[in-house]
Design a protein. Structure first.
Length: 81
């Protein structure tokens, strides 16, 4: 009977330790999920040929001349001036 009591106590202790380990892993993973994702490589920033405003390369409007613009309007104005 005494052996059975010790077995139950050890089983409860093991279950409690596993629960603590799982909850700490969930908490750590939850903290990582709440952090903003960062890219390793920063995006290139370029300057509008018309107004000089700096914009991300992905948002620029390229021209055939190799220049980049912040808007279609500035691309058209650059050709007229």
């Amino acid at each position: 009977m005494r052996l059975l009591l010790w077995a139950v106590i050890v089983l409860i202790a093991v279950m409690w330790l596993l629960h603590i380990k799982k909850s700490s892993i969930r908490r750590r993973d939850g903290d990582l999920a709440n952090q903003p994702k960062t890219n390793d490589a920063p995006e290139a920033i370029i300057r509008c040929a018309q107004c000089g405003t700096y914009i991300p390369a992905s948002e620029s409007i390229p021209a055939q001349s190799g220049l980049a613009f912040c808007s279609e309007e500035h691309r058209l104005q650059y050709g007229r001036s």
